[in-house]
Design a protein around this ligand. Structure first.
Ligand code: IPD
Ligand code: CA
Ligand code: CA
Ligand code: CA
Length: 263
């Protein structure tokens, strides 16, 4: 398989899907809940996933798809080509704000990320990367991330980090919030990873993300030298949910060593 052809193909699907999502603003949105009252899904999340799957299955019948909305394959291993797709990352933003949501896609071959994409739909931005060939913001090459000092960093976390919770010693988080220059929360893991990749954030972390939230972002992060691990500084397993940390190199070490204390 020619990776450049696959890249072109994936980009054209993403572009078309983004156009369809934008066009959906003129139609009635059907909103449902999934696991709990704030876990939302819409007809557009489902239709977008089905749009990708329809094309991929037609054009690459031996490729498998791991998608959030469950229309793809039952993935128990990463053999062969696996497309990890979040059709809309940031559904709550999509519904409430009509911005700050993304299409997130990673294409893996035998467990290795070969292509990664984060499309910020309303900004018309596409971050893309192919293994060993660097990362791009639209057509511009993204430079490697630089080292950051914690006192000068902006960290992507949400409010749940600083209230007592069952995963993290929140004293360490309070100290972190008091030490960093600022914190931000955008409500889309893919966009927050994209912001670390492009230097708008210095780190982003989450207590629980799914493979489709991070698969595309991980390919891109690697190409610019950002470090991705779980919160225990161990490799991510793309077959299950994980805790998650992406950060500039020195900062990553400082966060896992001095601030993030798991219970
Ligand atoms: C969610 C977003 C959100 C993150 C959640 C994800 P979804 O994805 O990325 O920022 O905090 O953990 O589930 O459900 O909108 O695709
Ligand atoms: Ca969801
Ligand atoms: Ca998601
Ligand atoms: Ca989603």
């Amino acid at each position: 398989m020619d990776i450049h052809k696959l890249d072109k193909y994936a980009k054209s699907l993403i572009k078309e899907a983004a156009g369809r999502i934008k066009a959906s603003f003129n139609t009635e949105l059907i909103i449902e809940t999934k696991s709990e009252a704030n876990d939302l899904v819409t007809n557009i999340d489902k239709e977008t996933e089905q749009f990708f799957i329809g094309h991929i299955k037609r054009d690459f019948p031996d490729h498998r798809i791991f998608g959030e909305e469950g229309f793809g394959d039952n993935i128990q291993d990463l053999n062969g080509y696996v497309w990890m797709l979040d059709p809309i990352d940031g559904t709550m933003n999509f519904i409430h704000q009509k911005k700050n949501f993304a299409i997130s896609l990673g294409i893996y071959k035998d467990g290795v990320g070969i292509l990664g994409y984060i499309c910020n739909v309303m900004e018309d931005d596409l971050i893309s990367a192919s293994l060993g060939e660097g990362a791009y913001f639209n057509d511009l090459r993204i430079p490697n991330v630089e080292q950051a000092r914690i006192e000068q960093s902006i960290i992507g976390i949400n409010a749940s980090w600083v209230v007592p919770n069952k995963y993290i010693e929140h004293e360490g988080m309070i100290e972190l919030v008091q030490t960093v220059r600022g914190t931000r929360s955008y409500g889309s893991a893919a966009i927050e990873i994209a912001y670390v990749v492009t230097g708008k954030l210095d780190a982003y972390m989450s207590m629980r993300l799914s493979p489709w939230d991070i698969a595309g972002g991980m390919v891109v992060a690697k190409e610019v030298g950002a470090i991705v691990t779980n919160l225990e500084d161990k490799p991510i397993n793309l077959l299950t949910q994980n805790t998650f940390l992406v950060a500039k190199p020195g900062l990553h070490k400082e966060l896992v060593t001095n601030y993030i204390k798991l219970k």
